[in-house]
Ligand binder design. Structure first.
Ligand SMILES: CC(C)(COP(=O)(O)OP(=O)(O)OC[C@H]1O[C@@H](n2cnc3c(N)ncnc32)[C@H](O)[C@@H]1OP(=O)(O)O)[C@@H](O)C(=O)NCCC(=O)NCCS
Length: 180
């Protein structure tokens, strides 16, 4: 994983968003081709000092795999919102879980956040399984809040608290940082 954002990553991130399977798992608005204008939005997100924007690459070849991000959700409560996305060819091989663990660990241990929140669509079984495996807890259901593939589905709100993380990983020293 490469936690530094390079200008050349913008094209890869735009291509990631333009994978229909990826975009429909992430976006609550219409699934449409994203243009270079959207790339400017990505540039803004990636340079937000109140968050982490990680580019996930294959260790051996440096091939672009996806991104994992955390944004602060207001300063007072030290809450944040997480998204993660990989190109479909990398799904179900453990990479998403590994990347999310890395970023959440950074959020608690290095940014001093108190909560990491996320939302996952009911139909997104792989993402839900990954977040459960990491230790995220379901804290609410937004009923029939997303229109997808001809039907309404729930949005499942999940979260991790810093004390959950400490118990699950930190105290056991299960996460280490790897920089290239
Ligand atoms: C979410 C995402 C990053 C997960 O990454 P990943 O590398 O596929 O996840 P992992 O391989 O670590 O774990 C996926 C788990 O889901 C399980 N799974 C996959 N499809 C499933 C299904 N239909 N039903 C139940 N479990 C399923 C896998 O078996 C695996 O569990 P296991 O390791 O216990 O076998 C990836 O699927 C992705 O990029 N999706 C598109 C974007 C997205 O949905 N983002 C999440 C919203 S924020």
């Amino acid at each position: 994983m490469d936690p530094s954002f390079r200008e050349s990553d913008l094209r890869d991130i735009l291509d990631l968003w333009n994978e229909p399977l990826v975009q429909q798992s992430l976006a609550i608005d219409n699934v449409v081709p994203r243009s270079l204008k959207f790339a400017e939005q990505i540039r803004e997100w990636s340079s937000n000092p109140c968050g982490i924007y990680v580019i996930i690459t294959l260790k051996d070849t440096d091939e672009f795999m996806g991104t994992c991000n955390i944004w602060m959700n207001g300063v007072k409560n030290c809450d944040s919102f997480l998204t993660v996305a990989l190109l479909p060819k990398f799904w179900n091989k453990g990479y998403g879980t590994e990347s999310t663990r890395f970023v959440v660990d950074r959020a608690f241990r290095w940014l001093g956040l108190h909560r990491v929140s996320l939302g996952v669509f009911e139909s997104n079984k792989g993402a839900f399984a990954s977040f459960k495996k990491i230790g995220f807890v379901v804290e609410g259901i937004k009923r029939k809040a997303n229109w997808s593939d001809g039907k309404w589905e729930d949005i499942i709100d999940m979260s991790m608290l810093e004390e959950d993380w400490a118990t699950l990983y930190w105290k056991k020293n299960l996460i280490t940082l790897h920089f290239k």
